[in-house]
Design a protein. Structure first.
Length: 728
C-alpha cells in the first residue's frame, strides 16, 4: 500500500507542477511510470501514460502525446475506467485542434466532456469548456465561444479554483477585443493576472500577460504591449510551452507590422515558424502566412505577397475543411450533448446524494481517528501507572495499605472510560453490545463511591450512597454501568458548589428471573435552565453559562450515558430546577445471578527461569517498568528502543518471546515483525506479541500473520502472564 500511495502521490505532484515546471512534471511522471510497471499496477501505469500524454501535448510533442494517449486509452478500457479514457481523449483533442484536425479535436473533446459531466467532475468540465470555447472562437462563432467560457468559469467557481477561472477570463478578454469592448477586455485580463499571481501559476501567467498585451495593442499602447509580449515569450521559453510561444511571436510580429517595423516583424515570424514547423501548430501557421502576405503587399513585393497568400489559403482550407464545417454547421455532436443534459442532471443529483453520504462517513472517520489518537496518547502514560499499581499490590497486602484497592479501581475505571469513549462512534451506529457476566452490584457501587468520595470531599460536598438491601448480584456489563453512573456523579460534583450528591439504587418490580432496578443521581447544584434541557444529551454539547464556565469536559458524557442506558433497554430522564439542583434517573431490567465470590489478592509469581525475552519499547518509563516486572518473573530481558534495533537484535540471538510495541520511530512494530517473520533469522518462528495503546491495531488484516496476539496498554499483568504461559 505504501508503494502504491507513493506512486500515486508522485503522479499528483507531477500534475500540479505542470503550471511551473513542465520538464520536471515529465520527469516525475516518467519515474512514476517505471515504478508502476515494476509493481504491475495497471491503473497507475494508465494514469502515468495519461499524464505524460497531457504534458507532451502542452509541450508540443504531438507524436509522443498521441502514442502515450492511445496506450492509456487501451489500458483504461481494459480497466473499464471511462474517466481515465476521458483524460486521454482530452489530451488527444489538444493535439488535434492545434494541428489541422479541428473536427476530430471537437469530437474527442465533446466525448471527454460528456464523461466528465456524468461524474460531475467540475475540474475537467472547466478545462473542456475552455478548450471548446477556443475552437468556437477560431471558427468565429462568438456566441458559442462566450457560452463555453462562461460554463468554464461556473465550473471553476464551484471548486473555488482560481487557476481554471483565470484561464477562461483570459480567453473572454480576447473575445471582448474582437467585439471592440476594450474596457471589459481590460477588466477580465486584470482579474486573470491577479488570480495567476495569487495561484503562482507561472505558465498560465504567460498567457495572461499575452492577453493583456493584446488589450494594450488594441489601445495603441504599443511599447507596453511589446514589453508584455516579450515577458510572455520569456516565460514560455523557460516552461517549454510551444503553442503559447508561437502565439506570442505571431502577435508580436503583428504589433511590429502596425508600428511599420517590417524587418522586426519578419524576423519575429521566422522565430514563430521555427517552432510551428517543428511541432505542426497549424492554428497559428495560417495566421503567420497571412501576416507575411500583408507585409509583402504593403512593401509592394507582389510575387512574395502572392506566394504567401497561396500558402495562407491552402492552410486555411486544411483547417476549415468540409468535414469541419459539417460538424460546426450542423452541431450534430452538440445536439447529442443537449439530449444528455437530462441524464447528466440526474447523475448530478445522484452524485450529490453520494457526496452527502461520503461526508457523513468522512466525519465519522475523522471523529474515530481523533478518539483513537486520544486513546493512544492517554493509554501510553496510563500503562506505567497501572503496571506500578499492580506491582505494588503484589508486594503489599491490601490491609497494609487500604489506598491500593481504590487506586487500582480508579486506574482500571479510567481505562474503561477511554475504551467507552473510543466506542462512541460504534454506539452511534448501534454496533456495541453488552458484555454480560455475573457481578456484585453492591460491590460495584461501593467502589464507585470510594472513587468519587475524595473528589466530593475536596469541594466540601457530601456523597451519599443509598442502596436497597435487597439488591445483590446480577448479570451486568459492569464497565458500561460504571460508565453511566460515573458520568452522572462526576457531572453532579462538577456543577455543585455546596450541599451533597446522592446515589440512590432501589429494587423495583421483582420477577422470577430478573429485577427492575431503579437508579437515581441527584444533587443540590446549579441546575439546568428549562430551555436547555432538550439539548443536554446531544453529542459534543455542553450546557454553558457564566456560572459554569469554569467547568470543563468533552461534551460526550451525557450523550454516552443516554446511548448506554438505551443499550440496557432503559430510558434516562432528567428533572431540574435552575439554582436548586438536578436529578437524573433510569430503570433497567437485570437478570439475576448467583452470588459472586470475592476475588482474592493472592499474588502468584510465574516461573520463567532461563527464558529470554526481547522487549521492544520506545517509551523508556514503560520499558523500565516492564523490565522490572519481567525480571521478577525470571526472564532475561533485552531491551530494544525501536523496530530497527529489534531487527538487528533478532538476527543475533534466539529469544523465547518478543514483546513488540507498534508505534515507534525509525521502524514501527509492523515493519519490524514483518522483517523478522520473512527473513532467515533465529526468531522467524518466535512468538511475537504486539504491544499497543491503539485498540484499532488488531483490525488490520495485513498483519494478522505477523503476531501471535495483541496486548493492549495499559498492560494488564494477568493477561500478559496468561499469554506468556500459554505459549511457553
Amino acid at each position: 500500500m505504501k508503494i502504491r500511495s507513493s506512486i500515486d502521490k508522485l503522479l499528483d505532484e507531477s500534475y500540479v507542477a505542470r503550471i511551473n515546471n513542465l520538464n520536471f512534471s515529465i520527469q516525475m511522471a516518467q519515474l512514476a511510470l517505471e515504478q508502476a510497471q515494476r509493481q504491475n499496477f495497471k491503473d497507475l501505469v494508465a494514469k502515468a501514460y495519461s499524464h505524460l500524454s497531457l504534458f507532451h501535448m502542452i509541450k508540443g510533442d504531438n507524436d509522443i502525446c498521441m502514442k502515450y494517449a492511445n496506450i492509456s486509452i487501451d489500458l483504461y478500457q481494459e480497466l473499464n475506467d471511462d474517466r481515465g479514457v476521458a483524460d486521454s481523449k482530452y489530451a488527444i483533442s489538444g493535439v488535434m485542434y492545434k494541428t489541422n484536425n479541428y473536427h476530430l479535436g471537437l469530437v474527442y473533446l465533446i466525448d471527454a466532456l460528456n464523461i466528465y459531466k456524468k461524474y460531475n467532475d467540475y475540474h475537467n468540465i472547466s478545462r473542456c469548456e475552455k478548450t471548446l470555447g477556443t475552437i468556437y472562437e477560431y471558427f468565429e462563432d462568438i456566441e458559442k465561444a462566450v457560452e463555453s467560457y462562461e460554463n468554464a468559469i461556473k465550473a471553476a467557481r464551484l471548486l473555488d479554483d482560481i487557476k481554471l477561472e483565470s484561464n477562461a477570463l483570459t480567453n473572454l478578454s480576447s473575445v471582448c477585443i474582437k467585439q471592440n469592448d476594450l474596457e471589459k477586455a481590460s477588466t477580465y485580463i486584470e482579474s486573470s493576472i491577479a488570480m495567476k499571481i495569487k495561484a503562482e501559476d507561472i505558465r498560465g501567467l504567460a498567457f495572461a500577460y499575452y492577453g493583456k498585451a493584446k488589450v494594450l495593442a488594441a489601445k495603441k499602447t504599443f511599447k507596453e504591449a511589446e514589453n508584455l509580449y516579450l515577458e510572455s515569450i520569456d516565460i514560455h521559453i523557460k516552461m517549454g510551452e510551444k503553442l503559447g510561444l508561437s502565439m506570442a511571436y505571431h502577435k508580436l510580429a503583428k504589433l511590429y507590422v502596425e508600428t511599420k517595423e517590417f524587418d522586426l516583424a519578419k524576423r519575429t515570424l521566422d522565430l514563430a515558424f521555427s517552432i510551428i514547423d517543428k511541432h505542426n501548430i497549424t492554428l497559428v501557421k495560417y495566421k503567420c502566412y497571412n501576416l507575411f502576405y500583408n507585409i509583402y503587399k504593403t512593401e509592394g513585393n507582389t510575387a512574395k505577397a502572392l506566394e504567401y497568400l497561396e500558402f495562407y489559403l491552402k492552410e486555411k482550407d486544411a483547417v476549415v475543411n468540409t468535414e469541419t464545417l459539417k460538424v460546426v454547421d450542423k452541431y450534430d455532436i452538440l445536439v447529442q450533448m443537449k439530449t444528455m443534459e437530462r441524464e447528466a442532471e440526474l447523475q448530478r443529483e445522484r452524485a450529490e446524494m453520494i457526496e452527502q453520504n461520503n461526508r457523513a462517513e468522512e466525519a465519522a472517520r475523522v471523529r474515530q481517528q481523533f478518539l483513537s489518537t486520544m486513546s493512544h496518547e492517554i493509554r501510553t502514560p496510563l500503562n506505567a501507572i497501572t503496571t506500578i499499581i499492580n506491582m505494588l499490590s503484589e508486594e503489599q497486602e491490601t490491609g497494609q495499605n487500604p489506598l491500593i484497592e481504590p487506586l487500582k479501581f480508579s486506574a482500571n475505571h479510567l481505562m474503561m472510560v477511554i475504551n467507552d469513549i473510543l466506542d462512541f462512534t460504534k454506539l452511534d451506529v448501534g454496533k456495541v453490545e453488552l458484555d454480560l457476566h455475573d457481578s456484585d452490584l453492591k460491590e460495584l457501587l461501593n467502589k464507585l463511591h470510594q472513587t468519587y468520595h475524595p473528589m466530593a470531599e475536596e469541594k466540601g460536598l457530601g456523597l451519599i450512597l443509598d442502596i436497597d438491601e435487597n439488591v445483590c448480584c446480577y448479570e451486568l456489563d459492569d464497565t458500561k454501568l460504571t460508565q453511566i453512573l460515573s458520568n452522572l456523579v462526576n457531572n453532579s460534583i462538577k456543577f455543585t458548589q455546596k450541599g451533597h450528591i446522592k446515589i440512590t439504587v432501589k429494587l423495583g418490580e421483582v420477577q422470577p428471573k430478573s429485577d427492575i432496578i431503579y437508579f437515581e443521581v441527584s444533587d443540590t447544584g446549579e441546575g439546568i435552565e428549562s430551555h436547555k434541557l432538550p439539548e443536554i444529551f446531544d453529542s459534543f454539547s455542553q450546557i454553558k453559562n457564566i456560572r459554569t464556565r469554569k467547568a470543563s469536559g468533552t461534551g460526550l458524557g451525557l450523550s454516552i450515558v443516554k446511548k448506554l442506558v438505551e443499550l440496557y433497554g432503559g430510558t434516562i430522564e432528567v428533572k431540574s430546577e435552575y439554582g436548586k439542583g438536578s436529578t437524573f434517573s433510569f430503570n433497567v431490567a437485570l437478570k439475576k445471578s448467583k452470588n459472586v465470590a470475592r476475588k482474592t489478592t493472592e499474588a502468584i509469581t510465574p516461573d520463567f527461569e532461563n527464558k529470554k525475552i526481547l522487549l521492544v519499547e520506545d517509551n523508556l518509563i514503560n520499558a523500565m517498568i516492564a523490565q522490572k516486572l519481567l525480571s521478577k518473573w525470571g526472564f532475561e530481558v533485552k531491551h530494544a528502543n525501536n523496530g530497527k534495533e529489534a531487527v538487528i537484535e533478532s538476527g543475533l540471538n534466539l529469544y523465547d518471546f518478543i514483546l513488540m510495541d507498534i508505534h515507534m520511530p525509525e521502524m514501527d512494530g509492523y515493519e519490524a515483525s514483518k522483517y523478522i517473520r520473512n527473513t532467515n533469522n533465529p526468531n522467524r518462528f518466535t512468538p511475537i506479541y504486539g504491544l499497543t495503546a491503539d485498540v484499532s491495531a488488531k483490525d488490520n488484516p495485513e498483519y494478522f500473520d505477523l503476531f501471535t496476539g495483541f496486548l493492549y496498554k495499559p498492560l494488564e499483568v494477568d493477561k500478559l502472564q496468561q499469554a506468556l504461559l500459554k505459549t511457553a
